[in-house]
Design a protein around this ligand. Sequence first.
Ligand code: PEP
Ligand code: MN
Length: 338
Amino acid sequence: MIIVLKPGASDSDIDHVLDRIKSLGFETMLSRGVQRTIIGVIGEEERLREIALEAIPYVEQVMPVLKPYKRASREFHEADTVVEVKGTAFGGGAFGVIAGPCAVESEALAFAVAEKVKAAGAGILRGGAYKPRTSPYSFQGLKEDGLKILRAAADKFGLGVCTEVMDTRDVTLVARYADIVQIGARNMQNYNLLSEVGLLEKPVLLKRGLSATIKELLMSAEYVLRQGNARVILCERGVRTFEDSTRNTLDLAAVPIVHKNSHLPIIVDPSHATGRWDLVEPMAIAAMAAGADGIMVEVHPNPEMALSDGAQSIKPERFESLMARFRQLAPGFSKTLK
Ligand code: PEP
Ligand code: MN
Protein backbone atom coordinates (compact mmCIF):
# COMPACT_ATOMS: atom_id res chain seq x y z
CA MET A 1 0.00 0.00 0.00
CA ILE A 2 1.23 3.47 -0.84
CA ILE A 3 0.06 6.60 0.91
CA VAL A 4 0.74 9.79 -0.99
CA LEU A 5 0.71 12.90 1.17
CA LYS A 6 -0.31 16.30 -0.12
CA PRO A 7 2.47 18.78 -0.89
CA GLY A 8 3.18 20.81 2.19
CA ALA A 9 2.44 18.05 4.75
CA SER A 10 4.48 18.97 7.83
CA ASP A 11 6.81 16.69 9.82
CA SER A 12 4.20 16.32 12.54
CA ASP A 13 1.56 15.41 9.92
CA ILE A 14 3.88 12.74 8.60
CA ASP A 15 4.62 11.45 12.11
CA HIS A 16 0.91 11.27 12.84
CA VAL A 17 0.25 9.02 9.83
CA LEU A 18 3.31 6.90 10.59
CA ASP A 19 2.22 6.42 14.21
CA ARG A 20 -1.27 5.38 13.19
CA ILE A 21 0.05 2.77 10.78
CA LYS A 22 2.74 1.46 13.10
CA SER A 23 0.24 1.10 15.93
CA LEU A 24 -1.47 -1.57 13.83
CA GLY A 25 1.81 -3.45 13.53
CA PHE A 26 2.65 -2.55 9.94
CA GLU A 27 6.13 -1.81 8.66
CA THR A 28 6.56 1.55 6.96
CA MET A 29 9.01 3.06 4.53
CA LEU A 30 9.17 6.82 4.18
CA SER A 31 10.26 8.38 0.93
CA ARG A 32 10.54 12.16 0.78
CA GLY A 33 10.53 13.44 -2.78
CA VAL A 34 10.95 17.03 -3.91
CA GLN A 35 7.23 17.35 -4.59
CA ARG A 36 5.61 14.69 -2.48
CA THR A 37 6.15 12.50 0.54
CA ILE A 38 5.19 8.89 0.07
CA ILE A 39 4.72 6.30 2.78
CA GLY A 40 5.03 2.68 1.77
CA VAL A 41 3.26 0.18 4.00
CA ILE A 42 3.94 -3.51 4.04
CA GLY A 43 1.42 -5.95 5.45
CA GLU A 44 -2.04 -7.27 4.85
CA GLU A 45 -3.71 -4.57 2.82
CA GLU A 46 -7.20 -5.46 3.98
CA ARG A 47 -6.34 -4.78 7.61
CA LEU A 48 -4.97 -1.38 6.73
CA ARG A 49 -8.39 -0.39 5.49
CA GLU A 50 -9.43 -0.38 9.18
CA ILE A 51 -7.98 3.12 9.28
CA ALA A 52 -9.82 5.64 7.14
CA LEU A 53 -6.60 7.09 5.84
CA GLU A 54 -8.34 9.15 3.20
CA ALA A 55 -10.09 10.98 6.04
CA ILE A 56 -6.82 12.55 7.14
CA PRO A 57 -6.72 15.98 5.45
CA TYR A 58 -3.12 15.86 4.25
CA VAL A 59 -3.45 12.39 2.74
CA GLU A 60 -3.88 12.81 -0.99
CA GLN A 61 -4.24 9.23 -2.16
CA VAL A 62 -4.07 5.65 -0.92
CA MET A 63 -3.11 3.09 -3.54
CA PRO A 64 -2.29 -0.60 -3.56
CA VAL A 65 1.23 -1.56 -4.75
CA LEU A 66 0.63 -3.49 -7.91
CA LYS A 67 4.05 -5.13 -8.12
CA PRO A 68 4.78 -8.30 -6.15
CA TYR A 69 8.05 -6.73 -5.03
CA LYS A 70 7.43 -3.82 -2.72
CA ARG A 71 10.62 -2.32 -1.32
CA ALA A 72 12.34 -2.77 -4.67
CA SER A 73 9.58 -1.05 -6.62
CA ARG A 74 9.66 2.50 -7.88
CA GLU A 75 6.11 2.95 -6.65
CA PHE A 76 7.46 2.60 -3.14
CA HIS A 77 10.57 4.68 -3.61
CA GLU A 78 10.47 7.20 -6.39
CA ALA A 79 14.02 8.50 -6.49
CA ASP A 80 16.92 6.43 -7.86
CA THR A 81 18.89 4.65 -5.18
CA VAL A 82 22.55 5.57 -5.43
CA VAL A 83 24.94 3.04 -3.93
CA GLU A 84 28.26 4.58 -3.07
CA VAL A 85 31.26 2.48 -2.20
CA LYS A 86 34.67 3.95 -1.48
CA GLY A 87 34.15 6.92 -3.76
CA THR A 88 32.57 4.91 -6.59
CA ALA A 89 28.86 5.37 -7.15
CA PHE A 90 26.21 3.33 -8.97
CA GLY A 91 22.88 4.89 -9.89
CA GLY A 92 21.33 8.32 -10.28
CA GLY A 93 23.55 9.13 -13.25
CA ALA A 94 26.74 7.75 -11.73
CA PHE A 95 28.41 5.01 -13.76
CA GLY A 96 30.57 2.76 -11.58
CA VAL A 97 33.21 0.41 -12.95
CA ILE A 98 34.14 -2.92 -11.39
CA ALA A 99 37.04 -4.73 -13.03
CA GLY A 100 39.45 -7.54 -12.29
CA PRO A 101 40.20 -11.18 -12.94
CA CYS A 102 37.54 -13.87 -12.86
CA ALA A 103 39.35 -15.51 -9.96
CA VAL A 104 42.07 -14.48 -7.54
CA GLU A 105 44.71 -16.88 -8.84
CA SER A 106 47.79 -15.50 -7.11
CA GLU A 107 49.16 -12.44 -5.36
CA ALA A 108 51.12 -11.46 -8.46
CA LEU A 109 48.03 -11.53 -10.66
CA ALA A 110 45.80 -9.61 -8.25
CA PHE A 111 48.37 -6.85 -7.70
CA ALA A 112 49.22 -6.55 -11.40
CA VAL A 113 45.56 -6.27 -12.42
CA ALA A 114 44.72 -3.92 -9.55
CA GLU A 115 47.45 -1.52 -10.61
CA LYS A 116 46.31 -1.52 -14.23
CA VAL A 117 42.58 -1.17 -13.66
CA LYS A 118 43.13 1.60 -11.14
CA ALA A 119 45.33 3.49 -13.58
CA ALA A 120 42.64 3.10 -16.25
CA GLY A 121 40.00 4.56 -13.93
CA ALA A 122 38.12 1.64 -12.33
CA GLY A 123 36.91 2.13 -8.77
CA ILE A 124 36.32 -1.43 -7.62
CA LEU A 125 38.49 -4.52 -7.97
CA ARG A 126 36.70 -7.81 -8.57
CA GLY A 127 37.97 -11.38 -8.21
CA GLY A 128 36.46 -14.60 -6.99
CA ALA A 129 37.93 -16.41 -4.01
CA TYR A 130 35.00 -18.84 -3.95
CA LYS A 131 34.26 -19.90 -7.50
CA PRO A 132 31.00 -21.54 -8.60
CA ARG A 133 32.38 -23.95 -11.22
CA THR A 134 30.39 -26.31 -13.39
CA SER A 135 32.88 -29.07 -12.70
CA PRO A 136 33.92 -30.00 -9.15
CA TYR A 137 37.36 -30.81 -10.62
CA SER A 138 37.95 -27.25 -11.86
CA PHE A 139 39.78 -24.60 -9.82
CA GLN A 140 37.47 -23.66 -6.95
CA GLY A 141 39.24 -20.53 -5.69
CA LEU A 142 41.78 -19.72 -2.99
CA LYS A 143 39.11 -19.15 -0.32
CA GLU A 144 40.27 -16.97 2.59
CA ASP A 145 43.80 -16.68 1.19
CA GLY A 146 42.24 -15.27 -1.95
CA LEU A 147 40.19 -12.76 0.05
CA LYS A 148 43.35 -11.57 1.83
CA ILE A 149 45.20 -11.12 -1.44
CA LEU A 150 42.32 -9.25 -3.05
CA ARG A 151 41.97 -6.91 -0.07
CA ALA A 152 45.68 -6.19 0.03
CA ALA A 153 45.83 -5.50 -3.72
CA ALA A 154 42.79 -3.21 -3.57
CA ASP A 155 44.14 -1.33 -0.56
CA LYS A 156 47.53 -0.82 -2.16
CA PHE A 157 45.98 0.91 -5.18
CA GLY A 158 43.03 2.62 -3.49
CA LEU A 159 40.27 0.39 -4.87
CA GLY A 160 37.17 -1.15 -3.32
CA VAL A 161 36.67 -4.94 -3.30
CA CYS A 162 33.80 -6.88 -4.88
CA THR A 163 33.81 -10.63 -4.37
CA GLU A 164 31.35 -13.50 -4.35
CA VAL A 165 29.95 -15.39 -1.41
CA MET A 166 28.38 -18.77 -2.16
CA ASP A 167 27.49 -20.14 1.24
CA THR A 168 25.65 -18.71 4.25
CA ARG A 169 28.47 -20.08 6.44
CA ASP A 170 30.99 -17.78 4.74
CA VAL A 171 29.01 -14.54 4.76
CA THR A 172 30.69 -13.03 7.84
CA LEU A 173 34.14 -13.97 6.61
CA VAL A 174 33.64 -12.63 3.08
CA ALA A 175 32.06 -9.42 4.40
CA ARG A 176 35.17 -8.81 6.52
CA TYR A 177 37.24 -8.43 3.35
CA ALA A 178 34.70 -7.16 0.81
CA ASP A 179 33.24 -3.73 0.20
CA ILE A 180 30.58 -5.21 -2.07
CA VAL A 181 29.36 -8.75 -1.46
CA GLN A 182 28.43 -10.48 -4.69
CA ILE A 183 25.66 -13.04 -5.08
CA GLY A 184 26.34 -15.02 -8.24
CA ALA A 185 23.85 -16.01 -10.91
CA ARG A 186 23.64 -19.56 -9.59
CA ASN A 187 22.64 -18.34 -6.16
CA MET A 188 20.16 -15.67 -7.18
CA GLN A 189 17.35 -17.76 -5.76
CA ASN A 190 19.20 -19.04 -2.72
CA TYR A 191 16.81 -17.34 -0.36
CA ASN A 192 18.71 -18.20 2.82
CA LEU A 193 21.84 -16.63 1.38
CA LEU A 194 19.89 -13.55 0.28
CA SER A 195 18.40 -13.13 3.74
CA GLU A 196 21.83 -13.49 5.31
CA VAL A 197 23.48 -10.80 3.18
CA GLY A 198 20.42 -8.66 3.89
CA LEU A 199 21.70 -8.39 7.45
CA LEU A 200 25.05 -6.97 6.39
CA GLU A 201 25.99 -3.33 6.42
CA LYS A 202 27.69 -3.75 3.07
CA PRO A 203 26.27 -3.29 -0.43
CA VAL A 204 25.18 -6.42 -2.26
CA LEU A 205 25.73 -7.04 -5.97
CA LEU A 206 22.93 -9.35 -7.06
CA LYS A 207 23.48 -11.07 -10.39
CA ARG A 208 20.57 -12.23 -12.50
CA GLY A 209 20.04 -15.99 -12.52
CA LEU A 210 20.81 -17.98 -15.65
CA SER A 211 17.16 -18.37 -16.49
CA ALA A 212 15.54 -15.88 -14.18
CA THR A 213 13.01 -13.31 -15.29
CA ILE A 214 13.45 -9.65 -14.41
CA LYS A 215 10.58 -9.99 -11.98
CA GLU A 216 12.32 -12.90 -10.25
CA LEU A 217 15.50 -10.83 -10.02
CA LEU A 218 13.56 -8.06 -8.31
CA MET A 219 11.85 -10.55 -6.00
CA SER A 220 15.30 -11.78 -4.97
CA ALA A 221 16.38 -8.20 -4.30
CA GLU A 222 13.30 -7.94 -2.10
CA TYR A 223 14.72 -10.69 0.15
CA VAL A 224 17.82 -8.57 0.77
CA LEU A 225 15.95 -5.28 1.21
CA ARG A 226 13.47 -6.87 3.57
CA GLN A 227 16.25 -7.59 6.06
CA GLY A 228 17.15 -3.93 6.24
CA ASN A 229 19.98 -3.77 3.72
CA ALA A 230 18.93 -1.07 1.25
CA ARG A 231 22.15 -1.06 -0.75
CA VAL A 232 21.46 -3.52 -3.55
CA ILE A 233 23.01 -3.24 -7.01
CA LEU A 234 21.47 -5.48 -9.65
CA CYS A 235 23.52 -7.02 -12.44
CA GLU A 236 22.40 -8.19 -15.87
CA ARG A 237 24.85 -10.90 -16.94
CA GLY A 238 23.01 -12.61 -19.76
CA VAL A 239 20.47 -15.40 -19.74
CA ARG A 240 20.27 -18.85 -21.32
CA THR A 241 18.72 -18.95 -24.77
CA PHE A 242 18.93 -21.12 -27.89
CA GLU A 243 21.64 -18.84 -29.29
CA ASP A 244 25.00 -20.54 -29.09
CA SER A 245 27.36 -18.02 -30.64
CA THR A 246 27.62 -16.38 -27.23
CA ARG A 247 27.86 -18.01 -23.81
CA ASN A 248 24.62 -16.35 -22.74
CA THR A 249 22.36 -13.79 -24.38
CA LEU A 250 22.77 -10.29 -23.01
CA ASP A 251 19.29 -9.00 -22.24
CA LEU A 252 19.95 -5.30 -22.45
CA ALA A 253 16.26 -4.47 -22.27
CA ALA A 254 16.51 -5.50 -18.63
CA VAL A 255 18.25 -2.18 -17.95
CA PRO A 256 15.44 0.20 -18.94
CA ILE A 257 12.83 -2.24 -17.62
CA VAL A 258 14.48 -2.30 -14.20
CA HIS A 259 14.78 1.48 -14.26
CA LYS A 260 11.10 1.79 -15.01
CA ASN A 261 9.96 -0.58 -12.30
CA SER A 262 12.60 -0.18 -9.62
CA HIS A 263 14.73 2.50 -7.99
CA LEU A 264 17.69 0.12 -7.63
CA PRO A 265 20.80 0.61 -9.77
CA ILE A 266 21.54 -2.01 -12.42
CA ILE A 267 24.93 -2.69 -13.97
CA VAL A 268 25.88 -4.96 -16.87
CA ASP A 269 28.50 -7.72 -17.00
CA PRO A 270 29.39 -8.08 -20.69
CA SER A 271 32.06 -10.70 -19.88
CA HIS A 272 29.79 -13.44 -18.53
CA ALA A 273 26.97 -12.31 -20.82
CA THR A 274 28.92 -13.02 -24.01
CA GLY A 275 31.74 -15.34 -22.98
CA ARG A 276 33.86 -13.66 -25.68
CA TRP A 277 36.54 -11.03 -25.15
CA ASP A 278 35.92 -9.50 -28.58
CA LEU A 279 32.31 -8.69 -27.66
CA VAL A 280 33.05 -7.13 -24.30
CA GLU A 281 33.74 -3.61 -25.55
CA PRO A 282 30.76 -3.23 -27.90
CA MET A 283 28.38 -4.67 -25.32
CA ALA A 284 29.85 -2.52 -22.54
CA ILE A 285 29.23 0.58 -24.64
CA ALA A 286 25.74 -0.64 -25.49
CA ALA A 287 25.15 -1.02 -21.75
CA MET A 288 26.05 2.60 -21.16
CA ALA A 289 23.79 3.63 -24.04
CA ALA A 290 20.93 1.61 -22.53
CA GLY A 291 21.30 3.59 -19.32
CA ALA A 292 23.17 1.06 -17.15
CA ASP A 293 24.56 2.35 -13.86
CA GLY A 294 27.92 0.72 -14.43
CA ILE A 295 29.68 -2.37 -15.64
CA MET A 296 31.59 -5.34 -14.30
CA VAL A 297 34.38 -6.56 -16.57
CA GLU A 298 36.87 -9.39 -16.38
CA VAL A 299 40.44 -8.29 -16.99
CA HIS A 300 43.47 -10.58 -17.15
CA PRO A 301 46.99 -9.81 -18.42
CA ASN A 302 47.38 -13.26 -19.88
CA PRO A 303 43.94 -14.66 -20.70
CA GLU A 304 45.39 -17.80 -22.32
CA MET A 305 46.75 -18.82 -18.94
CA ALA A 306 43.71 -17.81 -16.86
CA LEU A 307 42.44 -20.51 -14.50
CA SER A 308 38.88 -19.56 -15.37
CA ASP A 309 37.06 -17.54 -18.03
CA GLY A 310 40.12 -16.64 -20.09
CA ALA A 311 38.08 -16.54 -23.30
CA GLN A 312 36.00 -13.65 -22.05
CA SER A 313 38.75 -11.71 -20.28
CA ILE A 314 40.15 -8.58 -21.86
CA LYS A 315 43.76 -7.49 -21.45
CA PRO A 316 44.55 -4.37 -19.39
CA GLU A 317 45.39 -2.33 -22.52
CA ARG A 318 41.98 -3.06 -23.98
CA PHE A 319 40.36 -2.16 -20.68
CA GLU A 320 42.22 1.13 -20.76
CA SER A 321 40.88 1.95 -24.22
CA LEU A 322 37.36 0.94 -23.12
CA MET A 323 37.61 3.38 -20.22
CA ALA A 324 38.77 6.12 -22.56
CA ARG A 325 35.72 5.52 -24.76
CA PHE A 326 33.47 5.60 -21.73
CA ARG A 327 34.89 8.95 -20.69
CA GLN A 328 34.31 10.26 -24.17
CA LEU A 329 30.73 8.94 -24.43
CA ALA A 330 29.48 9.43 -20.86
CA PRO A 331 28.31 13.07 -21.21
CA GLY A 332 26.18 12.17 -24.24
CA PHE A 333 24.41 9.51 -22.19
CA SER A 334 24.07 11.75 -19.12
CA LYS A 335 26.42 9.57 -17.13
CA THR A 336 29.21 10.56 -14.80
CA LEU A 337 32.26 8.38 -14.55
CA LYS A 338 34.19 8.85 -11.36
C1 PEP B 1 31.43 -13.99 -11.48
O1 PEP B 1 31.11 -12.81 -11.69
O2 PEP B 1 32.50 -14.31 -10.96
C2 PEP B 1 30.51 -15.08 -11.88
C3 PEP B 1 30.74 -16.33 -11.53
O3 PEP B 1 29.46 -14.67 -12.63
P1 PEP B 1 27.98 -15.29 -12.72
O4 PEP B 1 27.54 -15.58 -11.33
O5 PEP B 1 27.22 -14.19 -13.37
O6 PEP B 1 28.07 -16.51 -13.59
MN1 MN C 1 34.16 -15.40 -14.47
